[in-house]
Design a protein around this ligand. Structure first.
Ligand SMILES: *Cc1c(COP(=O)(O)O)cnc(C)c1O
Length: 489
């Protein structure tokens, strides 16, 4: 048979270029600390270097990879740098990248068990492992009434939970007839914006979202939650959903899950727990207290793509009652009918998520868990918490800085508050200047939030490369930066 002309990359070329890309990444990891953490390019600077039209003829791979160095890298903010302390960690690790690469190469669609049985079965299995690693109650496992599924993001997990909650609250009538009642959802004022987005998408409406006030630790006040539910019931509305957070995005607050869970039980509301950032800590027995009350939840989610050394995207979403979820999201067109599904003996994960298609994400999670082992994960989680706590102690002992929220685990909220400055607006400005000054050095990247109206700096520890020396350097930089700023005033 004669070989038809084609433009594809041959297996031999793929092998060669593939090795080059792995070499490139290994080299990057070795030198990532040397890059300025925050990209300094101006808007439009990257695009200006790209040709206006796509190439007519294919180009050599070496040239493409070369352009990554010259055009793309200056526009990269180095999330994998040991000096990245902004937002939240978004880790990658060797085993995770390699698992993801295999997933890309196999490129299976795991929407049904039958479209790749290993994709579904490995996922069910590692999600049960995860439930055990976090010591979640048995009903979150596939052997119980519920089970776990991998979602792309915490945002999707929350939306999925909202939809199942909406259907359960309306006896599955909303799917049939649309919303006929005013459903009301509750969270604290500190809850992640993805909840609001999910509620908008689910047709709940902004008017029906209640942001419950928080206490001095920025955690939801359960008595305020209950009072609001009572008011809404008295007004003839239908409360249906509460989101509690373990580690809020702004200040890493932990909501009082046992009290919220009791209220949800009492009123029959769906209780979702968003533990996107801090959920990983529960792998260590001594930090499992953050999940106290999880036994009362209908759903629970956390992001290995933040702090569990697994590259984006990978969210672990657990439900206590999989029947409610599947009944909400299941649609079976003729072209997807198959024996395994009809037999009821398998999970078809397309019924547990919004899209139909799905990547083989379980591979990277499996690789990460097997590479590190539970003890390896625990070691690094403990180390990160230790480092963050060390930083918090320095802040507490300093006469120039103060802490503005509890230092529960790895996110430290603080600000400069040197003696002699009383005016809050002046302090805000000073802290903003300090943040910009240290970020401009390229040696660290920190971001900010506002707590009780105060401009607050955040140091979020969790990169796999961060060691004591990096925390120390960040602290030195902040102190020196402050001295320089007040010296000038
Ligand atoms: C990061 C974060 C989210 C959003 O996560 P995605 O996976 O990007 O959707 C939601 N909630 C909390 C508490 C978070 O920390």
């Amino acid at each position: 048979m004669s070989q038809q002309k084609n433009y594809h990359m041959s297996p031999d070329e793929f092998r060669r270029h593939g090795y080059a890309v792995i070499d490139w990444l290994a080299n990057y990891y070795e030198h990532v600390e040397e890059f300025p953490v925050l990209s300094a390019v101006q808007p439009g600077e990257i695009r200006a270097q790209l040709p206006p039209s796509p190439p007519e003829q294919g180009e050599p791979f070496a040239q493409i990879l070369g352009d990554v160095d010259s055009i793309i890298m200056p526009g990269i903010t180095h999330w994998q740098s040991p000096n990245f302390f902004a937002y939240f960690p978004a880790n990658s690790s060797g085993p995770s990248v390699l698992g993801d690469l295999l997933s890309s190469g196999l490129a299976v669609q795991g929407m049904l068990w039958s479209t790749s049985p290993a994709c579904t079965e490995l996922e069910t299995h590692v999600m049960d492992w995860m439930a055990d690693m976090l010591d979640l109650p048995g009903h979150f496992k596939s052997s119980g009434s519920g089970g776990g599924v991998i979602q792309d993001s915490a945002s999707s997990a929350t939306l999925t939970a909202i939809l199942a909650a909406r259907e359960r609250a309306t006896n599955f009538a909303s799917n049939e007839h649309g919303l006929s009642q005013r459903l009301v959802a509750y969270s604290s004022s500190q809850t992640h914006s993805s909840l609001e987005k999910g509620l908008l998408i689910a047709g709940i409406g902004r008017e029906n979202m209640r942001k419950i006030e928080v206490d001095e630790t920025f955690a939801m006040r359960p008595e305020a939650l209950q009072a609001q539910i009572e008011r809404d019931l008295a007004a003839g509305l239908l409360p249906f959903f509460v989101c509690g957070t373990v580690g809020t995005t702004s200040s890493a607050a932990v909501d009082p899950l046992p009290e919220i869970g009791q209220i949800c039980r009492e009123y029959g509301l769906w209780f979702h727990i968003d533990a996107a950032m801090y959920g990983t800590a529960a792998i260590c027995p001594e930090f499992r207290y953050i999940n106290n009350g999880v036994e009362l939840a209908d759903s629970y989610s956390f992001n290995p793509h933040k702090w569990m050394f697994t590259n984006f995207d990978l969210n672990c979403f657990f439900v206590a009652d999989r029947a409610a979820l599947i009944k909400t999201l299941s649609i079976l067109p003729e072209y997807l009918r198959n024996q395994a599904t009809e037999s009821g003996a398998v999970f078809d994960y397309r019924d547990w998520q919004i899209p139909l298609g799905r990547r083989f994400r379980a591979l990277k999670l499996w690789f990460v868990i097997r590479h590190y082992g539970v003890q390896g994960l625990q070691y690094h989680i403990r180390r990160h918490i230790e480092l963050a706590q060390q930083f918090s102690q320095w802040v507490d002992e300093s006469s120039l800085f103060e802490r503005l929220a509890p230092a529960t685990l790895t996110t430290i909220c603080f600000r400069a508050n040197p003696p002699g400055i009383q005016n809050e607006a002046t302090l805000d400005k000073l802290n903003e200047e300090l943040m910009n000054a240290v970020n401009a050095t390229g040696k660290v990247f920190l971001t900010h939030t506002k707590l009780n109206g105060k401009f607050t700096l955040r140091l979020a520890v969790g990169s796999i490369r961060t060691e004591a020396e990096h925390i120390e350097a960040a602290w030195q930089l902040l102190q020196a930066g402050l001295v320089k700023l007040i010296g000038r005033k």
